[in-house]
Each structure stands twice: as structure tokens, then as C-alpha cells.
Ligand binder design. Structure first.
Ligand SMILES: [Zn+2]
Length: 465
């Protein structure tokens, strides 16, 4: 068998790894590269393989950097089955549809604003359309956790819980290479979560595995303890509510929003925060929260207990979901303290930008960041303490209180990753992917110190097993 690393090799986004076995080609994930626009366009259109040559695909989870290019691949001629967990299949349909709509909107904007200035510039087309998403979704096959299934001749797979987002899976393979008459086991982690994340089960340990492809997003870092999250959230809400201000939380629609809802339900129930309204103002968050409700098989013990006790952790007294844009606008005139959770997580687009525009000059308000803020985003500027910011071409003074919480993360840190690896028996070789180059190399060096054979492949590099 050969493995070709076709994306997320010495970088974080655009996960794609190609298995070549017994004249078949199996793709692990088909993620979107996310970065500056021109670079993204070039990278997302160049595949180090022919899309028509792929026989089947395994999808680890529904984050766009793992599934975001699937409709483009189908459009370019991939007709095989896409295996994922049942929850991933449901989440992916909304995530991909949202991605197609964002691309269509961006293209409109570019045509209107940039074409006039640069008429000779080659057009940038969307990677795919809503129609392509519908077509790709017909190729999905949902499979339960811990049920082995045949993928291709000589390759059987089984999903284990990765504990990263709802439906996330680590895939364990049993391989028979006919040419070499060789049998072995292998696993691909996708993204690995942390222990004790709310709602989700902890990442599972794997059966005996000879070869491992592992992520390394935080291969050289350690997180703040997750136990502190509720107390920190309560403190921020109480201080802002006492002043009579609004709390704005830019949050990604998938997972972080549901985690926040879960924590606020707990805090509200325990009377650790006042009974102020909590608005989830994002149509995608509303749809994804419904997918969560439909997949209790993915929940941890504590969340299942809540549901058995007839409690709904995604819908409680003070919580209100908002889809209609008119209802969203009404929040502008809402007086008094409230919490608004809205996308996007880096405040680059979506309804949160309007809420920031309306509240950023209010000294009573708080803007709470709960995720990573990439370079050059509005979120990053606020976190870095800029006193004047530009929103929709107008300048605003930053009078609101800006807070960043570091305890949130859906990724395993170095100690979690080492714990995961050290619980695998019989490991012969570890391939390290999905990390900025330095994180991956340092993680590899650390694994080598512990006696493992660890390797960080380059983009498009091929290895033989
Ligand atoms: Zn992920």
C-alpha cells in the first residue's frame, strides 16, 4: 500500500490523504484550504491526483477544513461512496450548503466591487454550487460507531469516537495488500478532541495499530484546564449584567455554539448567572443545534442524564434561537442586559459584525472571544487591543470591554496526544499531519525521544508501507 499526503501536510487546513491499495484509491477527507483568497483559490483547485480516479472516500468529521472540498471533487468526476458517521453526514449537508452560499455571496461582492477596478483580472469562480452539494450528498453512506464495514477489496474500516465535534471519528483499518500478501492495521485520527469537553464522549483508545496518521494542531502546546470555563463565564456575565450591558460572543456555528448553550444552561439552572435572555442569532447555528438534538447516541453520560431527566440542554427558558433577519435586527433596539451568541467566530462576516457595529462604542458592553483569532481578522484586531476599528467602511471607537478566554479548544494538546499514542499497542510508524510545520516537527521530535518512529511528510509526498 502507498499513502500520498495531498493536504494538511506541514500545515493545518485542506486535509486530504490518498491510500493506494490493490489497484483502488481511497481518499481520507477532502478538506478546503483556508487562507488568503488567491492562495486558497489556487490550492483548492489543484489536486495531486485525478478526482475521477478515486474509488471511495472516508470522512472524519464535518469541519470545512476536512469536508469542504467534497462537492468540488464530485463535480470533477468522483462518483464513489463517502463513508462517515451518521451525525457527520447530517452536519456535513448543512455545512456544505452554507459554504456554497457563502461562496456565491463572495462572488457577487467581487464582481460588483473588484471587477470595476481590475477588468482584466482572470475571474475567480466558486469551487462549487448548491447543486453540486445536493449531488455530493447522494454519495454519503452513514455508518455507526464501532461497526466494521468493507470499503474496498482488502480494506475494512471501523469508526471510533474522536471526541472532537459531534460525529467526529477516528478510522481504524484492517488492510490486506494482495500484491505483497501482507496483512496489517492502520488508523487515521482526523482531529482528536480533549477529555471532559461538554456534550461529547471522550476520545476512544484504539485496538492494535501498526501505522498511524495523527493530527498535531497543538503538538507542542498545553491548554488551560477546561474545569475553569464555567466560573470564568459566570464572572464575565455577572459583571456585564450588573452594568446593564450586552455580552456579545462571536462563535462558530458548529460545536462552540452548542458548548456555550450547554454551559449557559448549567449556569442558569444553578443560578450562577442572572435570568437574562440568551439569543443564538445565526440561521446555521439553529439548524446545527437541531442536528445535535437528533443524535443523542453521540452524547456523554452527563448530557444523556439531562435528556433522560426530560431536560433539554439545547433549549431552556431564557434561550431563544433566531433565524429570521428581521428578528435579528430587532435585537438592536433591545434594552437591558442580554447574551448574544452569533457567527462567525472570528467576526469576519455574519450577523455578529452588525451586533459589534451597534455595541462596540458602548462602555457597558462586553465582547467575549472564545476561539482562535487568525491574523488580520476583525476578531484579532479587537483581541490585540486596537482602540479604533473599521466596520463596513466606517470607523468606530472600541469602548466595550474586550475579553478572551483561552480555556476553550476542541483539539487535544500535547499531553492528550501522547496519552492517545501511548495507549496503542504495536505501533510501527507514526505519520504526523495537520499542524503548522513547527508544531508537527516538535511533536515528532518528542515522540522520537519516547522511542517511536515518527515522520512528518511533505505535501504530495508518497510513502510505501
Ligand atoms: Zn476539526
Amino acid at each position: 500500500m502507498k499513502i500520498r499526503f495531498c493536504g494538511a501536510a506541514r500545515e493545518v487546513t485542506g486535509s486530504k490523504h490518498l491510500l493506494m491499495l490493490n489497484d483502488k484509491r481511497i481518499l481520507l477527507d477532502c478538506g478546503m484550504y483556508q487562507g488568503p483568497r488567491k492562495e486558497s483559490f489556487a490550492k483548492n483547485n489543484a489536486y495531486p491526483f485525478d478526482p475521477r480516479s478515486i474509488d471511495s472516500m472516508i470522512l472524519s468529521h464535518a469541519h470545512i477544513d476536512h469536508c469542504g472540498n467534497i462537492p468540488a471533487l464530485s463535480h470533477k468526476g468522483f462518483k464513489g461512496k463517502i463513508y462517515s458517521t451518521l451525525a457527520t453526514k447530517d452536519l456535513a449537508s448543512y455545512m456544505l450548503m452554507d459554504s456554497a452560499m457563502i461562496q456565491a455571496r463572495d462572488m457577487e461582492y467581487i464582481k460588483k466591487h473588484e471587477k470595476a477596478n481590475k477588468p482584466n483580472q482572470a475571474p475567480i469562480e466558486p469551487l462549487y454550487t448548491v447543486e453540486d452539494v445536493k449531488e455530493a450528498m447522494t454519495q454519503f453512506v452513514g455508518v455507526e460507531y464501532e461497526k466494521a464495514f468493507p470499503v474496498e477489496d482488502g480494506l475494512a474500516a471501523c469508526f471510533y469516537d474522536a471526541g472532537h465535534i459531534l460525529g467526529s471519528a477516528i478510522t481504524h483499518f484492517v488492510v490486506y495488500d494482495k500484491e505483497k500478501n501482507q496483512r496489517f492495521t492502520m488508523a487515521y485520527t482526523g482531529d482528536i478532541g480533549r477529555r471532559s469537553l461538554p456534550i461529547l464522549k471522550d476520545p476512544q483508545y484504539l485496538p492494535q495499530t501498526d501505522y498511524l496518521i495523527i493530527e498535531s494542531t497543538y503538538g507542542d502546546r498545553f491548554h488551560e484546564p477546561i474545569e475553569d470555563v464555567q466560573a470564568q463565564l459566570a464572572d464575565i456575565v455577572n459583571k456585564t449584567a450588573q452594568k446593564g450591558g450586552k455580552i456579545l460572543i462571536p462563535a462558530f456555528a458548529l460545536e462552540r455554539t452548542q458548548e456555550l448553550i450547554y454551559y449557559f444552561n448549567e449556569l442558569s439552572k444553578n443560578k450562577a448567572i442572572p435570568q437574562i435572555p440568551i439569543f443564538v442569532d445565526s440561521p446555521l447555528s439553529v439548524k446545527l443545534s437541531d442536528v445535535f438534538k437528533a443524535h443523542p447516541e453521540c452524547f456523554d453520560e452527563a448530557t444523556r442524564k439531562l435528556i433522560h431527566g426530560k431536560e433539554n440542554p439545547f433549549g431552556f427558558g431564557t434561550l431563544k434561537y433566531i433565524s429570521d433577519p428581521e428578528d435579528s435586527k430587532k435585537l438592536n433596539s433591545y434594552k437591558g442586559p442580554c447574551i448574544i451568541i452569533s457567527a462567525s467566530g472570528m467576526a469576519e462576516h455574519g450577523r455578529i459584525v452588525h451586533h459589534l457595529k451597534n455595541n462596540i462604542e458602548d462602555p457597558k458592553a462586553t465582547v467575549l472571544f472564545v476561539g482562535y483569532q487568525a491574523d488580520r481578522t476583525l476578531g484579532r484586531k479587537l483581541v490585540e487591543g486596537l482602540k479604533v476599528i473599521n466596520i463596513f467602511g466606517k470607523q468606530y471607537k472600541v469602548n466595550a470591554n474586550i475579553v478572551k478566554m483561552d480555556a476553550f479548544s476542541g483539539h487535544a494538546d500535547r499531553s492528550d496526544l501522547i496519552d492517545f499514542v501511548s495507549n496503542i499497542k504495536g505501533l510501527k510508524k507514526i505519520f504526523i499531519v495537520h499542524g503548522e510545520e513547527q508544531q508537527s516537527l516538535t511533536f515528532a521530535a518528542h515522540l522520537k525521544e519516547l522511542g517511536y518512529d515518527a515522520y512528518v511528510p511533505k505535501f504530495a509526498e508518497e510513502v510505501e508501507i
